[in-house]
Design a protein around this ligand. Sequence first.
Ligand SMILES: NC(=O)c1ccc[n+]([C@@H]2O[C@H](COP(=O)([O-])OP(=O)(O)OC[C@H]3O[C@@H](n4cnc5c(N)ncnc54)[C@H](OP(=O)(O)O)[C@@H]3O)[C@@H](O)[C@H]2O)c1
Length: 321
Amino acid sequence: METTTLGTHGPSVPPLAVGAMYFGTLVDERTAHAVLDAALDTGATFVDTANNYAFWVDGGTGDESERTLRAWFAARPGARDRVTLATKVGARPRPGGTSVADGLGLGAQAVRTQLDDSLRRLGTDHVDLLYAHVDDTSVPLAETVGALQDEVRRGRARAIGCSNITAPRFAEALRAAGPGPAYAVVQQRFSYLTPVPGTDLYPHVLLDDDLAEVADAAGATLTGYSSLLSGAYTRSDRALPDGYRHRGTATQLAALAEASRVTGLDAGQVVLAWMTSRTRPVLPVVGVSSPDQLASAVRAVGTRLPADVVTALDAARTVGP
Ligand SMILES: NC(=O)c1ccc[n+]([C@@H]2O[C@H](COP(=O)([O-])OP(=O)(O)OC[C@H]3O[C@@H](n4cnc5c(N)ncnc54)[C@H](OP(=O)(O)O)[C@@H]3O)[C@@H](O)[C@H]2O)c1
């Protein structure tokens, strides 16, 4: 697979990240390990987890995904060194808390202790990318960025990034980095279908043009999650999420269907291929629960859409609510 650099100086990664959010909860350990084995075999070696996946699932604590990765690293000697491992801190509920709104947050000490715990759960001495998971406006950005930079200096993170942030806050965070390492990656919610503006997606924040422009100017890599809308593009058992049905939806779905016809990809694959073929690419963080789903995503991001197909998709996407 072709590779791309995270930010201007970060690690080299394939054009998708394997989303490990439900590993150890909805995806049992054996299956998760089979997906990870297939990922290693195909070069899909960028893996995305967080210190709170997936506390909201019945019986979940937030430890499961990182622990499942640890077990896989232990069972596959050498695998840790072949993987670009990203985790996130800040959105794990405090003890007794039940939601991201009760999160441990992004104060300096909270960043340090959350990373201590993640490294222990992951069984590694560093991560390749450390994200601030959800913007924490209760802490000065300079404190959060400074704490993440400290982890780079200590060798516990190779690069830093952020997620679920607005364009002005992202710009402020880049300024706060000063001459030190700045956010190399920003991860936002992003798919082909657009929701009605103002739809409540909390704690998710959509990737918008303003943020993409700030990222572009800084040389930061855009990554996008929930791009498959949980499979809704191809599965009759998956409804579109609330807010994703509006005046423009039929036009957008028709454009996807036409792109499918031309390329032979299914609609979900077209979405992923469109993300990586755009003038301003967005690297998809894809949730996969089987080796087949991984193979489908790998094929999609390995397909460069013809320019006229991208243009037609872009045009239909501007038909909004
Ligand atoms: N930064 C953040 O705040 C944030 C938020 C959410 C997610 N994420 C990251 O993004 C990743 C993906 O998020 P997501 O799970 O919300 O999004 P998604 O990629 O939109 O949906 C993933 C689900 O789609 C289904 N699927 C996958 N491949 C398919 C295929 N080829 N055909 C049909 N259905 C398919 C699977 O459902 P089944 O498993 O039911 O088959 C899979 O679990 C997460 O693992 C996580 O790493 C980050």
